[in-house]
Design a binder for this molecule. Structure first.
Ligand code: NAD
Ligand code: MN
Length: 500
């Protein structure tokens, strides 16, 4: 084992913006203990620009120790743990999160800037997902393959220690999408949350302690991407990397995973998803779906419907109606004011990136339907921004903005809609608004994207797989498919003695 002489650390009392006090763990979570390290990360509330707390930051040595503990737990018991044990633990995690649902949602809103309603939705999905994976612990089975003079059968085995790296847009949900299927299938994990949003990942460590997760099975190591993240990606004892983040870092992850020890890799990356509005759609419902597509979570969703294409016969009417709908319904502001639909951008860096794209959009000659500026001067708030009459090769049309900024242009035929939608190196989400079953189903078939939402958008369910085509990544999260990312197939071939 790597030498490790860190001191355990205590939780810190925090008062949330809604007045609720709680104990926030601040140490890195390894082997079921929270430890101090020699560096810290300042955690900010992006709605107020105030610092919430400092949490400890892991370096490569800390990652080594976490991997040793994870490997030990894997070898000694977790890889052969009974399905009943794992199911009980996953259910217990879900129950504990449910008990603390309001607190966890408030922590998420304070750390990430998303509205309370949005956080509550995330937490509900997290609870459902842990329960769903609990139901699979005894269904990780194989096949029997008939053959002349042979018996063949397969079963699925875990991979070992899994390294998991997640972004800041859905701090708890991304953690659940990674950890739940890994645990259900007998793997152990070392997870790095994004530095901007480590609080609920550390709260999750505490939940693991309470749920009876054995030491070493779950390890949480906040830290910078370039040091802590790379230590995970390059680690010789880690057998699999699950990464969610930008396409550029995802590409690096894959190269380094290959160069180090050929880790198995799954990637959930960026997007520039097309949302198609056909003339026969129900426009009032469509407005809400378009809004969920691009202004939910302040547009910081990898599958955001950030390119809207509208059929030419309703284009003018739609623009007018959409503007009115946004003005009347989409309030921006404090995540803790329940009348707001959109909260803050999660960090200063992303706020600046989005504002740069807004400027690029204005200079490109695109027309501005609404928004195009920040809201107030304190907190990273951006008004819902809609550009229209954009051209296909405009930078704001081809590049992911990852904020509340959407581009609208028109199409006339189904073929043109499909061609424009597929004209992207990304392929994560897509949307179709129509009342015509034939249009819906035939266009769904032709879209090159991992998810097609019809008459809804950004609508996730624990039972339904999610993931990318093209440069949006590979591997699926949620649904039964997620379990494939965490298992490998063993084939056993038995030659029978000839009894004739
Ligand atoms: P990012 O790629 O900068 O960071 C993601 C994570 O990787 C963070 O934890 C970060 O610390 C870590 N990281 C950064 N550099 C690293 C390195 N060199 N080695 C190892 N780890 C490193 O992305 P972000 O800005 O945090 O997140 C936004 C991006 O994530 C967007 O592009 C978005 O589309 C994408 N995203 C995709 C999905 C999906 O499911 N496909 C979900 C959410 C976000
Ligand atoms: Mn934060």
């Amino acid at each position: 084992m790597t030498s490790f002489n860190r001191a355990p650390t205590n939780a810190v009392e925090i008062t949330l913006p809604n007045g609720v006090k709680y104990e926030q763990p601040v140490g890195i979570f390894v082997n079921n203990e929270f430890y101090e390290t020699d560096a810290t990360i300042t955690v900010e509330n992006p709605a107020t620009e105030e610092n919430i707390v400092e949490v400890y930051s892991a370096n490569a040595n800390d990652v080594d120790y976490a991997v040793d503990c994870a490997e030990k737990a894997f070898n000694e018991h977790w890889s052969t743990s009974s399905s009943a044990t794992r199911s009980k633990i996953l259910h217990k995690i879900a129950d504990l999160i449910e008990e603390k649902k309001e607190l966890i949602a408030a922590i998420e809103s304070s750390d990430n800037g998303k509205t309370l309603a949005c956080s509550r939705g995330d937490v509900s999905l997290v609870i459902n997902y842990f329960r769903y994976t609990a139901g699979f612990t005894d269904k990780i089975d194989g096949r029997s393959i008939p053959g002349d003079g042979y018996v063949n059968y397969t079963y699925r085995e875990p991979l070992g220690v899994c390294g998991q790296i997640i972004p800041w847009n859905f701090p708890l949900m991304m953690l659940a999408w990674k950890i739940a299927p890994a645990l259900a299938t007998c793997n152990t994990v070392v997870l790095k949350p994004a530095s901007a949003t480590p609080l609920n990942a550390l709260m999750f460590g505490k939940i693991c302690q309470e749920a009876g997760v054995p030491a070493g099975v779950v390890n949480i190591v906040p830290g910078p991407g370039r040091t802590c993240g790379e230590a995970i990606i390059n680690h010789p004892k880690i057998r699999k990397i699950a990464f969610t983040g930008s396409t550029s870092i995802g590409r690096e992850v894959m190269v380094k995973a290959a160069q180090s020890n050929l880790k198995k890799v799954t990637l959930e990356l960026g997007g520039k998803s097309a949302h198609l509005v056909f003339a026969d759609c129900d426009l009032e419902k469509t407005y809400q779906n378009l809004v969920n597509g691009i202004f939910l979570n302040a547009g910081q969703i990898c599958s955001s419907g950030s390119r809207i294409y509208v059929q030419d016969t309703i284009y003018e009417k739609m623009l007018e109606g959409f503007k009115k709908y946004i003005e009347e319904n989409i309030k921006v502001g404090s995540p803790f004011d329940e009348s707001n639909f959109q909260g803050a951008i999660t960090n200063k860096q992303q706020f600046d990136t989005i504002m740069d794209y807004v400027k690029i959009g204005k200079q490109s000659g695109a027309k501005l339907l609404c928004g195009g500026e920040r809201l107030g001067s304190k907190g990273y708030f951006i008004k819902p921004t809609v550009f229209y009459d954009v051209k296909e090769d405009d930078q704001i049309v081809t590049e992911e903005i990852f904020g509340p900024v959407v581009v609208i242009s028109k199409f006339s035929t189904i073929d043109e809609a499909v061609e424009k939608a597929n004209h992207s190196e990304y392929g994560l989400g897509s949307g179709i608004q129509t009342n015509d079953l034939n249009t819906a189903l035939s266009v769904a078939k032709r879209l090159k994207a991992g998810t097609v939402w019809i008459n809804t958008y950004n609508d996730f369910d624990a039972t339904v797989p999610f993931g990318g085509y093209k440069q949006s990544g590979f591997g699926r999260e949620m649904g039964e498919e997620a379990l494939d990312n965490y298992t490998q197939v063993k084939a056993v071939r038995i030659k029978l003695r000839d009894l004739k």
